[in-house]
Design a protein. Structure first.
Length: 329
């Protein structure tokens, strides 16, 4: 898989342009306050850089990268309701790549997650997908487990209707407002949402509340330890406020899940795009690898680049991160 398969350059550039404009339009006069580390909760952090008018800091304890000082929750809620970039993602970007992502991302993801549950000897009869988007993951899960009870939680009316069109049960709201499903699911999943949320600890606790005792909470998101983010840093297209504001370290993810009350926490980084993302960035700006002779050598050969990507994935050094934790009995 290549980055262009799931993020065509023209669509991505337009989305990033809209995001930068929204950052100025929606947050120019909003009050901001410093926040503790979104991973470990620590209070000591170093300023790293600014992007689109948003400052990012790294935790001196666990190494997580997060946006701080942070605008108010109300400002973010208004942004997601009214922003041009959010509408563009839901109405233009994702529909253009939905089926490509089904084959390259969601189908393999459902198969891998199903195998992971089998390895844990987890009987999964009830699944909740928080931030279900177009409902593709649940659709693929149903193909593997036809008798499973599936629930999509999706606040966007456009996306909620896409889930309904696939015959899924839907709650059209944010997870924090959902009632009647406490301690319900064998498995609560959340894909590519944590990097967006205002308060990751409160959010993960919400996911835990939806899981039954002995059930599992799973997220996939972006991690700061990944090769592409570490090398590109503020030039990374993955770091684009106001959308992506949380990039926890491997240590930060473990501490976050522990603070949320989970146990038996597993962190993996099964990403496959880190090297290709850097290669694409270097094509646009060769100066990125100035004085990086060894990295240029790694990326020059297709065989070496593929082997290096496997090394990253196997050693918790890919930015695409999976975190799984068990709710205590």
């Amino acid at each position: 898989m290549k980055e262009s398969d799931i993020r065509p350059e023209a669509l991505l550039n337009r989305y990033l342009e809209f995001s930068a404009s929204d950052a100025e339009r929606c947050f120019a006069d909003v009050v901001r306050q410093p926040i503790p580390c979104v991973g470990c909760g620590g209070s000591q952090a170093n300023h790293e850089f600014e992007k689109n008018g948003f400052a990012y800091s790294s935790c001196t304890a666990c190494g997580s990268l997060f946006q701080s000082p942070r605008p108010t929750l109300a400002a973010f809620e208004a942004f997601y309701r009214d922003s041009v970039s959010s509408r563009y993602w839901a109405e233009v970007f994702f529909p253009a790549v939905a089926e490509a992502r089904r084959e390259r991302i969601f189908k393999p993801r459902a198969e891998r997650l199903s195998s992971l549950c089998a390895q844990k000897n987890v009987q999964v009869d009830k699944v909740i997908d928080v931030g279900a988007g177009y409902g593709i993951l649940l659709d693929e899960w149903r193909a593997l487990h036809p008798n499973a009870s599936l629930l999509a939680i999706e606040p966007s009316s456009v996306l909620a209707n896409e889930c309904r069109a696939k015959g899924l049960d839907v709650i059209e709201d944010i997870a924090e407002n959902v009632t009647g499903y406490q301690s319900y699911a064998d498995l609560v999943v959340c894909f590519e949402v944590l990097e967006h949320v205002y308060d990751p600890l409160a959010f993960v606790r919400t996911l835990v509340n939806l899981a039954r005792p002995g059930g599992y909470v799973f997220i996939s998101t972006l991690g700061v330890d990944g090769f592409d983010i570490q090398l590109l840093w503020e030039k990374s297209n993955s770091i684009f406020p106001p959308h992506h504001i949380n990039f926890l370290s491997v240590a930060g993810f473990k501490l976050l899940f522990e603070r949320a009350g989970l146990e038996e926490i597993d962190v993996t980084t099964p990403g496959v795009l880190d090297v290709n993302i850097v290669q694409n960035a270097v094509k646009k700006d060769p100066k990125i690898l100035h004085n990086q002779r060894f990295v240029r050598t790694l990326l020059a050969s297709d065989a070496t680049a593929a082997a290096f990507q496997r090394f990253l994935s196997d050693n918790l050094l890919s930015s695409h991160t999976w975190v799984l934790g068990r709710k205590p009995l």
